[in-house]
Design a protein. Structure first.
Length: 253
């Protein structure tokens, strides 16, 4: 039978899925299936990008309701896959809450990539996109070095302020200044190619993709929320680079 403690564990799974980049339909379906596995008569799940609300009617007619507020996101599709596997195991075996809590702790402990690999990935992606969009090898090298600094700036700024809009404006502003300086001193050749290589690291691709998937699957409200969030984030990135270009004489050629 579904208990308060079990429902709390189910909410933890749903929250971690949503935070890690799962689409709304996947989150709601996982919560619904787990509750059903524990013989819930009726399950009502409402999920948007910032909140999860679950109301369950148990076999004896009593009602359980829990709400979870979502404050931040950190894309981790490997974690989504592990949470999916855990959800399937729970539906098949109906373990006790202690088992679910231990498994969630193990999943949350896992670190997919080290800091060194993350810095390296930022450099390779930025350099690759710079060449893809027509930049020179020197542009790619400059873009890669700036991307490493971008990763460092993101970590520092997010420690000061968790607001995604604010951190994007600050980081894109600083990156814009560095790109302009590199071109002005003759290290880089094409300012626009260097900047676009780093923009590709910051655009909210997963949020935009999930918003379309949510709308297609019928979760229109959540999809529109994600879409608006993605647009605002994209605009904040553009604002940061735009301010750098205006005040420090950047010219795209």
């Amino acid at each position: 039978m579904l208990t308060e403690e079990l429902l709390y564990c189910v909410m933890d799974i749903g929250e971690q899925m949503l935070v890690s980049g799962a689409e709304i339909n996947r989150v709601e379906d996982s919560i619904r299936r787990i509750c059903k596995a524990y013989s819930a008569k009726r399950i009502d799940v409402f999920t948007i990008t910032s909140s999860i609300v679950v109301t369950v009617q148990r076999e004896d007619g009593s009602i359980l309701t829990q709400t979870r507020r979502i404050y931040k996101y950190s894309t981790n599709l490997d974690k989504v896959d592990k949470l999916n596997s855990l959800s399937r195991y729970i539906c098949s075996n109906r373990p006790e809450p202690e088992y679910i809590i231990d498994e969630l702790k193990e999943i949350n402990k896992e670190k997919v990539y080290s800091s060194a690999i993350e810095y390296f990935a930022y450099a390779i992606i930025a350099g690759g996109f710079t060449i893809f969009f027509g930049g020179t090898l020197m542009d790619a090298l400059v873009s890669s070095l700036i991307a490493i600094l971008l990763k460092l700036f993101i970590i520092v700024v997010q420690k000061v302020d968790k607001n995604v809009i604010f951190s994007n404006i600050i980081c894109s502003f600083i990156i814009g200044i560095l790109a302009i300086i590199s071109v002005n001193v003759g290290v880089g050749d094409n300012l626009d190619k260097i900047i676009i290589g780093n923009i590709m690291l910051m655009i909210p691709g997963i949020a935009l993709t999930n918003s379309i998937r949510d709308i297609i699957s019928g979760d229109t409200i959540s999809g529109l929320f994600r879409l608006c969030e993605a647009v605002v984030v994209a605009l904040s990135i553009a604002v940061g680079f735009g301010i750098a270009s205006i005040f420090f004489g950047g010219s795209f050629k």
